[in-house]
Design a protein around this ligand. Structure first.
Ligand code: HAM
Length: 423
């Protein structure tokens, strides 16, 4: 137990963490280009925020939250997603009083007590964006383009966009009635959780993971047939804009999303490359959440990408990238005087933005140079009494074996120049 991480969690290090850093850099540049500012909210929030925000009848709230009482008896939950916290912060920090609309992004761990399998973790990571304060279909499409462009920049092509509209409260009321008539006939065959949901929130039954419930809902009426005029027009405009931008999509009435806050447009990016957990991105419009959490009526739209899944898809398409270590220079030494100088030079070089390394393990000079080779040093240099006394040493290009004599006083400038030439 002591040396085993909890089920559904993962240590990231070595080559794998390099892939994460690369992905995060792509995301940060993407968000800069699209005008989204980063928000970092706490890992835990009051449990009530998710009960109210995500919804009492969702799988997340009913079955999957990591909730506990703190030492003062407060009900606390590790965030199962990023939207509720971002909206809480939007209200608490009065972002609505700043330039509108508010465009936020986050990269955050999230926690759900689910059965772990490939692409499904108990601690996972989300990149999400929240576009708060605009009701226009252009905002829906803008967030979709953020996700589409992320996939393009990651070099991922085999992922399909599925879109749907869940309508507003009026359409939903009409639809719930139709749905209840249909589901009422099959009530006995639904799982106990769904039987409970039947009265409170029949839409939730549509994304139940139980196999039997899945078979029953396959023939249920679709929400698209219950959309009112305004919601229909909104959805039509979303499709027109996507067509204009050349973003391919499938209208899929099966996309109902697992969280309660959605209104109108919902969407998922789905891969068929990584098995059952193929939904790498999910999102949509949530026009009632800000008000539900105590703010003024404020429209919003956003999405989140599961980063573990995004990497799985990237690796399925392009293979795993092997990362080789690299340093600009390795300085070997013989004797104590040289040891002191070598470590001083390493510090000076690093301060100039040059990656330098020297031995810490008392290795022989031969073993030191082997180590320099292993860590991918482009240049090497050996210091001994002679070099210290004459103030001169030789820098060797490890690949071409070319040698350059250098005055030790000029070492930083010379190595910087060599590295520049080698770029
Ligand atoms: P979600 O669909 O619950 O939406 O999660 C978004 C993405 O997180 C999923 O598509 C999936 O890639 C990833 N994900 C979810 N659960 C797990 C898990 N257990 N292990 C690995 N990856 C997982 C939301 O969370 C909404 N907050 C999205 C949103 C933002 N809607 C509007 N704004």
């Amino acid at each position: 137990m002591l040396t085993q991480a909890p089920r559904g969690t993962k240590d990231l290090f070595g080559s794998e963490v390099n892939a994460w850093q690369e992905m995060e850099q792509i995301i940060r540049e993407l968000c800069k280009d699209f005008g989204y500012g980063e928000i970092r909210t706490p890992i835990f929030e009051h449990t009530e925020l998710f009960q109210r925000g995500v919804g009492e009848t969702t799988d997340i709230v009913q079955k999957e939250m990591y909730s506990f009482q703190d030492k003062k008896g407060r009900n606390i939950t590790l965030k199962p997603e990023g939207t509720a916290g971002a909206v809480r912060a939007y209200l608490e920090q009065k972002m609505y009083a700043d330039i509108q609309p508010t465009k936020l992004y986050y990269i955050t761990p999230a926690f759900r007590y689910e059965k772990p399998q490939a692409g499904r973790m108990r601690q996972f990571h989300q990149f999400g964006v929240e576009f708060i304060g605009a009701d226009s279909p252009t905002a829906d499409v803008e967030v979709i383009t953020v996700a589409a462009e992320l996939l393009r920049r990651m070099g991922i092509s085999k992922v399909k966009l599925h879109i749907n509209s869940l309508g507003g409260p009026e359409c939903r009321k009409k639809y719930n009635e139709k749905l209840k008539v249909y589901l009422g006939e099959n009530l006995d065959h639904l799982c106990p959780t769904c039987r409970e949901r039947f009265e409170k929130n029949p839409l939730r039954i549509l994304d139940c993971k139980n196999e039997n419930c899945g078979k029953i809902v396959a023939n249920a009426p679709t929400v698209l047939d219950s959309l009112g005029e305004e919601c229909k027009n909104h959805f039509e405009m979303v499709k027109t804009l996507l067509d204009e931008m050349g973003i391919e999509y499938t209208v899929d009435p099966g996309i109902v999303r697992g969280l309660d806050y959605y209104t109108r447009t919902v969407f998922e990016f789905i891969s068929t490359d990584i098995g059952a957990q193929g939904t790498i991105c999910g999102g949509g419009r949530y026009n009632n959440l800000v008000e539900e959490l105590g703010g003024a009526s404020t429209p919003a739209v956003g999405f989140a990408v599961g980063l573990e899944r995004l990497l799985l898809v990237s690796e399925a398409e392009k293979g795993k990238k092997e990362y080789v270590p690299s340093r600009d220079i390795f300085i070997g030494y013989i004797g104590e005087k040289a040891l002191i100088k070598a470590h001083h030079f390493v510090y000076q070089l690093r301060r100039a933005g040059i990656s330098a390394e020297a031995d810490h393990l008392g290795k022989s000079v031969k073993a030191q140079m082997k180590y320099g080779d292993k860590i991918g040093a482009k240049y090497s240099m050996i210091l001994g009494d002679d070099e210290i006394n004459t103030g001169k040493a030789v820098i060797k290009n490890m690949e071409t074996k070319e040698q350059t004599e250098v005055l030790l006083d000029d070492i930083v400038e010379v190595v910087a120049e060599l590295c520049k030439k080698n770029e």
